[in-house]
Design a protein around this ligand. Structure first.
Ligand SMILES: *[C@@H]1O[C@H](CO)[C@@H](O)[C@H](O)[C@H]1NC(C)=O
Ligand SMILES: *[C@@H]1O[C@H](CO)[C@@H](O)[C@H](O)[C@H]1NC(C)=O
Ligand SMILES: *[C@@H]1O[C@H](CO)[C@@H](O)[C@H](O)[C@H]1NC(C)=O
Ligand SMILES: *[C@@H]1O[C@H](CO)[C@@H](O)[C@H](O)[C@H]1NC(C)=O
Ligand SMILES: *[C@@H]1O[C@H](CO)[C@@H](O)[C@H](O)[C@H]1NC(C)=O
Ligand SMILES: *[C@@H]1O[C@H](CO)[C@@H](O)[C@H](O)[C@H]1NC(C)=O
Ligand SMILES: *[C@@H]1O[C@H](CO)[C@@H](O)[C@H](O)[C@H]1NC(C)=O
Ligand SMILES: *[C@@H]1O[C@H](CO)[C@@H](O)[C@H](O)[C@H]1NC(C)=O
Length: 431
């Protein structure tokens, strides 16, 4: 078990840093301001709160530091492993309409493709429709439209150089909930990714977009369940596959010790991410000396501030933040022999390591709330005897990003009605 983990950690770390720039570069800006998740008026507060709860597990066994849900798409249903992204509007699946040798492709477990042609409930979104030319702009729909009925196309350019191309349609999604009920969601907009150009392996089938935008899966699931918040609870990424956390739309997920801070959604033109109002970072109770304007998002230059991205394994800080943080952690790191990391910058020989030696990190929010992740959320194993700090540095001006390893062992609730983020430590396994 331990050895299996160790070799997987190596494999996964290779994709870790590359996979860390999951959110897309905005390639197709036109005009206007991104719309918010449709809220307030459109939701009626009902007394009985329905909820839609999906098991959410680590994809570590598949070779990725991502969290995945199982989703059935189309009629009859085709099953896929979808990783979560809180910045992505479009949900997409690796897709193939014509297969050269369908029988062999079907049998091969690593070749799982969505085949819209085989789904009775699939509807192409025409490229001439206003749904394509306006509503789906935040989902990176482009202007290519050879004939009015041709499918709406998209292209995504990610910061790691990965490019995705495909067409957009609607289909029915069937979800098996944690309590083993079947829930059917209609008209879910899905990208059929025909081509991925990437230097790094893409082991998962697709991506579920939970962005702060009307066309995201999160917004649609909230509308269809008539609820106003969603939550996810992330188990430790090394947790075996038979233990799941959960992704839930609606429901009552309050834990007694939840902290609350503002979600800055819809404040900024173009951004579909969940930005946070961070006021500082402390190491062992001492605030790091970071200029306060570093914490403010600049929507024109798309830099500054902090956002939460569950699709990003590492926490990536803008250079001024990263440098001060490492400076603050240096007295601790320098107690150990430095080891050259394969991917991460600060790795050390962990002989004699004890978590109690690691300074306590805290992210402070504008309203006084504090996120104090456990040590295992930021000091991770690379392989036997070697541990690394799970942070990466943006050389350029960027938005700092709280990634999924830092978020693990916590419940995160996105209350989009009240623009609040609530969080509390949780094992995610007890209902
Ligand atoms: C299709 O795949 C099957 C199983 O792998 C193989 O036996 C068959 O020869 C293939 N047919 C073609 C045309 O490639
Ligand atoms: C399947 O879809 C592709 C692309 O949309 C189309 O070119 C093809 O004709 C379709 N095939 C069938 C059998 O419907
Ligand atoms: C796809 O679904 C959206 C709602 O999610 C709807 O507005 C749009 O008209 C649908 N398009 C088609 C072609 O079904
Ligand atoms: C799905 O979208 C189509 C096209 O806009 C519409 O006719 C249909 O009523 C929608 N179905 C649901 C369940 O929303
Ligand atoms: C998960 O599997 C491991 C062994 O593979 C077993 O020891 C453990 O009890 C299982 N946990 C649950 C919750 O089923
Ligand atoms: C770590 O240090 C110990 C003790 O000095 C040594 O035996 C071991 O080989 C080192 N491991 C690595 C990966 O450097
Ligand atoms: C770590 O240090 C604490 C306090 O000094 C001690 O109680 C604990 O046993 C140590 N843990 C390990 C794994 O050595
Ligand atoms: C962040 O919090 C501070 C302190 O409460 C407040 O003054 C400031 O206006 C907030 N910023 C935003 C963008 O909400």
């Amino acid at each position: 078990m331990m050895e299996r983990n160790t070799s997987l950690i190596l494999l996964v770390l290779l994709v870790l840093l590359n996979g860390c720039f999951l959110f897309e570069v905005d390639g197709s800006r036109t005009q206007g301001k991104y719309e918010l998740i449709e809220r307030r008026k459109s939701y009626e507060q009902t007394s009985s709160k329905p909820n839609l709860e999906l098991p959410l597990r680590s994809a570590f066994d598949i070779g990725d530091v991502q969290y995945i849900v199982t989703m059935n798409v189309g009629t009859p249903p085709q099953e896929f492993f979808m990783s979560l992204s809180t910045c992505s509007v479009l949900s997409w699946i690796k897709c193939r309409n014509q297969c050269r040798n369908c029988s062999s492709e079907k049998e091969s477990p690593d070749k799982r493709f969505y085949q819209p042609n085989k789904s009775r409930s699939f509807r192409t979104v025409p490229c001439s429709s206003s749904f394509c030319t306006s509503d789906l702009i935040p989902a990176k729909a482009n202007e290519v439209c050879p004939t009015p009925d041709a499918p709406c196309r998209y292209d995504h350019y990610r910061r790691d150089g990965t490019k995705l191309f495909g067409t957009i349609g609607n289909d029915t999604v069937t979800i098996r909930t944690k309590s083993n009920q079947k829930v059917i969601l209609e008209n879910i907009t899905i990208g059929c990714t025909e081509k991925i150009k990437s230097k790094i392996p893409q082991p998962l089938d697709g991506l579920l977009g939970l962005a702060a935008e009307r066309q995201s899966f999160a917004a649609k699931a909230l509308r269809q369940t008539r609820t106003t918040s969603f939550s996810y609870c992330l188990v430790d990424y090394l947790t075996p596959i038979n233990v799941s956390g959960y992704l839930v739309f609606g429901g009552d997920n309050q834990l007694p010790n939840m902290q609350e801070t503002d979600l800055l959604i819809g404040h900024y033109t173009w951004s579909t991410c969940y930005h946070l109002n961070v006021s500082g970072i402390s190491v062992d109770g001492k605030m790091l000396d970071i200029p306060s304007d570093t914490w403010i998002y600049n929507p024109d230059g798309e830099y500054g501030g902090v956002m939460l991205e569950v699709g990003n394994p590492l926490t990536s800080f803008a250079a001024p933040v990263y440098d001060k943080l490492i400076q603050g952690l240096l007295p601790f790191i320098s107690k150990f022999k430095k080891v050259k990391g394969k991917v991460l910058e600060h790795c050390f020989n962990s002989t004699g390591f004890n978590e109690t030696l690691v300074p306590k990190l805290a992210i402070h929010f504008g309203n006084g709330a504090k996120f104090e992740p456990p040590v295992r959320n930021y000091v991770i194993n690379q392989h036997q005897d070697v541990k690394c700090l799970a942070f990466s540095r943006f050389d350029k001006l960027e938005v700092s990003m709280i990634g999924n390893i830092l978020q693990q062992n916590y419940l995160w609730e996105f209350d989009v009605l009240n623009d609040k983020l609530r969080f509390a430590p949780s094992t995610c396994t007890s209902d």
